[in-house]
Design a protein around this ligand. Sequence first.
Ligand code: 6PG
Length: 485
Amino acid sequence: MGAPTRIGLAGLGVMGENFALNIAEKGFPISVYNITTPRIDETVERAKREGNLPVYGFSDPEAFVRSIQRPRFIILLIKAGSPVDQTIKTLSVFMDKGDCIIDGGNEWYENTERREREMAELGISYLGMGVSGGEEGARCGPSLMPGGSAEAYKNVEDILLKVAAQVPESGPCVTYIGEGGSGNFVKMVHNGIEYGDMQLIAEAYDVLKSVGKLSNEELQEVFLEWNKGELLSFLIEITGEIFGIKDDKGNGFLVDKVLDKTGMKGTGKWTVQQAADLSIAAPTIASSLDSRFLSGLKEERVEAARIFNSIEIGDVLEKQTVDKKRLVEDVRKALYASKICSYAQGMNLIRAKSIEKGWNLKLGEIARIWKGGCIIRAVFLDRIKKAYDRSPDLASLLVDPEFAKEVIDRQSAWRRVVCLAINAGISAPGMTSSLAYFDTYRRESLPANLVQAQRDYFGAHTYERIDMPGSFHTEWFKIAKQPRR
Ligand code: 6PG
């Protein structure tokens, strides 16, 4: 290696290795560092095999830092939390004023803000950058959500624009998100939405399989078909592919052999916690999280199934005569309408946080950079972008005229699917809670008057009236307990 490299990357796990190769392939010589040497050698070897890409490996942190041109940019792709603090400690001692650290992990946004403050004391700038797209995205073009120092972003923008996923007519899937931990926050909500999408798809599968009795071959056909229309997306595409994979260790299809327990790393949980903190209703995302919790109780569910799988529910399923074609159409519409609700919740959460933190986040621009590279990439995101372009202050995606019309057109099918699932004893919490969200949001009057009356009754919490301004309290107890005349 002669001249200094343009950028550095620490952490050669699956994401780090692939992202380093992507950067090198776009013409930016890169230094890579890892605590274990074999990974460094493997990465450098792979770079050679994939076309002599300019990737230079270092096991010594000082040599690694010094090999990068100044001002230095070092991307971290390591496990969020204390490993990031450890690596920053190791590397920052060799870094100079004006250098920059870019954390590309799924980090809690407040950790990024703390590190930004700590690094500022050393004159080092900091970016927390959401990276989505898994292994393939990292190698071929992820969606990037960088937040933090705007000045640092400008200095590394040329690289990020080239390595991000490129979407025709809408550009590279990267934009400066905003200050502080906003990049991590937006990535966190992306993951919450990802949980919601996956749950809704799983429910569509459950209804089609359990009520419609569709085989894996039929399911594959349905998903391939769905992927040509409004549901076109990465997750629908891979779901269709999953139904076609045969079990290499036995008979039948692999999907039927996978244990029904969903794992998680926590970003969906943070999304729901943040939604609660900001008083944003996010029931679709919350139900996807609850479903993962319940899926984990496999042994308990086996026992409960023994107790509760009553003959009546079995009968409903047996006796059901279903028109498969109509069911497929209804489920497609229910899935789409529920998806609108889920994204409305995610976008509202981003907006609420943006207001709280003064981040000034651009929802349309965020939808744009999710159009390619990331796990939730979908044709649908273009519609969301257009909705926010039409009206940046849109109260909810549900009231955008185009989305409103789509929901109206699909609501009968949506209700049919939810009723069908409930009557058949199949839980479809994502679709059900999305419909409840829609039905609550669209009603001028709710039974909240009664809850407020109860609060005032037992706690003197006061209430407002519909016919006059002010705050009122009634001695409900005294009036109610007066002897009736
Ligand atoms: C992405 C993914 C990625 C990861 C999730 C999975 O955008 O590329 O979201 O970040 O797959 O963290 O999350 P769970 O393990 O919690 O399902």
